[in-house]
Structure formats: C-alpha cells, structure tokens
Design a protein around this ligand. Sequence first.
Ligand code: NDP
Ligand code: MG
Length: 378
Amino acid sequence: MDSKKRIIILGATGSVGATVLSEIAQFPNQFEVVGISCHSAVDRLREIVHQFSPKAVAIVDSPIGVDFRGMLFQGVSGLAQMIDALDFDVLVVALSGVNGLKATLKAIEKGKDIILANKEILVIAGAMVTHFAKQKGVSILPLDSEHNAIFQCTRGDNRFIKNLWLTASGGKFWNVDSATMAGATVETVLQHPRWSMGKKITVDSSTMANKGLEIIEAMHLFAVDATRIRVAIHRSCIVHSLVEFCDGSFLAQMSPVSMKYAARHCLFYPERIALEEQSLDLYQLGSLDFEYPDLERFPCLRLAIEVAKEKQSRHIAFNAANEIAVELFLQKKIAFGSIPRLIENALSRIESRDYETVEEILAVDQMVRCKTKQLAHP
Ligand code: NDP
Ligand code: MG
C-alpha cells in the first residue's frame, strides 16, 4: 500500500468493531482511523479515541456530553453527517440494527468502498444498496464470515454460481428438543458454544434467525435467488461457507473461529498480508461434518426461508419483528419460545411488496416495530 487507508468505523465500540480495530492496531503504517461511532458506550469510545486519535466521533444516543477536541456528531443523522464531513477511503459498517442505512448510502454516494458486517441493512434495503453501489462503482466487501467466505471463493465474479452453501454452527441448541429450547433463559442463550459476539446476534444464532437473515444478505450480495441458497449445520465452524459452481466444482473457505480472518481479508483486499502465524493445523482437524438443519425445531429459520422467496416488505417485517422480540427476550419480558411467534404474527399482517425510497423502507420498519411491541404487551 502506498499511503495509509483512511477508515471510518460505524459501531467501533462493538464486538466486530473491536476485531477490526485490533487488526488495524497491528498495522499503524497502513491504516488510519479517521472516524468512529457508538450508540451510547462513551467510556469505550473514549478509550478508542485515546488509542487511535480519530478526527471525528458520532454518538447516536448519549445522555451526557463528551469532551472531544475533533468533530463531534450526535443522533442517528450524525452518522451520515460524519461520513459527509470526512475525507476517507473505506467505511466499515459494524453497527447493529438499521440506523446505518443512510450513512452507508452517503458513503456510496461519495464513491467510497464499504466493508459491511451489518446484515440488517442488506436485509431491509439490499436491492437499493447493491444497485447504488454498482452505479457508483463502489465495492461492497462482506465482513460477515459466511459472505466473506463466499466472496473469497468467487473473487467478485458471480457468473458461475450454481448454489451457495451457508454453514451454521447450529448455535447453543443444535441438538436440544423444542420444549427445553422454548423455556431457555437469557443466561443460557448468551453462552454461544463457538463464537464470541454481541448479544443480539448471539440470540439470533440460537434461534437460527441469524442464518435466515444471512440467506437474504447473500441473495443481494451475490445476485442469487433464495432457492439456490442452502444451509448446512457444520459444528466445528472451520468451513465458513461454500460455493457450488455450475460445472460441479465446490470451493470452500476455511479458517479458525474468529472474525479476525474476515476482517484482515477485507482490510487488505485486493492484496493479502503475509503473516508468520499458523492459523489451522489440518492434522489436528480430523474430519469435517455437515448436516441438514431441523426446520421444525428452528421455526425462525423456516420462516426466513419462506420470507426470502417473497418481496421486500416481508424481509423488513422479519428483521424488525425479530429485533424487537430479541430485545424483549434480553429484557426478560418474553420467553425464548415467543420469538418465532412474534415474528410469525408480524408477518401475518404485512402484504408482499417492494419499495423505492429509504423513507418508505424505514417507515415500514418502524410500523412493524411498534406493532410487534403492542402484540407482545397487549
Ligand atoms: P455489538 O452489539 O457488539 O455492537 C454493536 C455496535 O453498534 C456498537 O458499537 C453499538 O454501540 C452500536 N449500536 C448498537 N445499537 C445501535 C443503534 N441503535 N444505533 C447506532 N449504533 C448502534 O454487535 P456486533 O459487533 O456483534 O454486531 C454488529 C453487526 O455485525 C451486526 O449487524 C451483526 O449482525 C454483524 N455481525 C457480527 C458478527 C460478530 O461476530 N459479532 C459476525 C457477523 C456479522 P454501543 O457500544 O454504544 O452500544
Ligand atoms: Mg455470519
């Protein structure tokens, strides 16, 4: 790299944000963090400011003032304002939820490449985001591990894909019966057997709603329809996903269970960084296992597979209802088993249609969130 890549990280205080920052910290001559955002974790934000000295910070929701000498942006609109104000090369979208949609579109409008961990944006507005990126000649590099794996296999050429195979750990309950699962506590659900991640995605992993969201994410990233995306339970989480090509060959990407490999790939793309460390020892690995997912025991995945074949309104509703249901479960207001019921209820109230504007998309998202809250507490 000739000069430093200037990077903005939305969601810098989160789990993916931490992984990206720790990779960046190892290569201070190659990257410069110029902007960061958080929702409300200002203490962690201060630590990052201290270590990386960004020019700007955006705080979406902070009850207290923050003493910062650079540019300070606040509220959801502050995310897009920060993107507008800064000179940068790459935007890392690592915040959770849908608040990063306008900021991502703003970066694309400025012709900046995107490293995208946030699947929600693609689930609710994937056609709009990918179409706009194509129009502006902007690359969207997937950081979500499965999609990063597929991207490493296709190298950005989607022409010869026959099927995509998304691997799934199966989460906490891959072999637990439905009745036991329905009554699972927050504490149990948050202990993921393989990955260390934010709370929302850890719950989504246990219900397998995460894999459902990833099917829709993959449809948009790789221009493949839902009928050509398969899910395979792969307990060891070494194969991060596979591409089945039209001539019968399969390609898979393998690396240990850590987001750092996908982060590293995205940060250095289209180059690769040469490192001494040994990542996998194939002799220790032994065999690789793949299984069919049980859609009876994982109704969130079953619903998502159906919804993926339908139009955008249904994708938005699935995502919004799931997000509210997970929030209520984490607050111990509903049972684990109520999550799919709330999603199903939200879906039963929305027709299948597409939208043209961000405003329409966000209005439907809000409407489903309100309705789901009402349904949970009639
Ligand atoms: P975390 O909960 O650890 O972090 C979320 C980040 O987003 C934090 O910086 C948080 O700020 C910020 N944030 C939370 N809510 C909002 C909001 N309403 N508006 C603006 N910012 C907000 O999540 P993860 O890092 O686990 O996940 C981030 C995204 O990446 C998600 O979309 C997830 O699906 C995706 N992903 C995560 C993976 C993982 O390994 N964790 C793997 C693949 C994809 P604050 O700290 O102030 O709350
Ligand atoms: Mg994933």
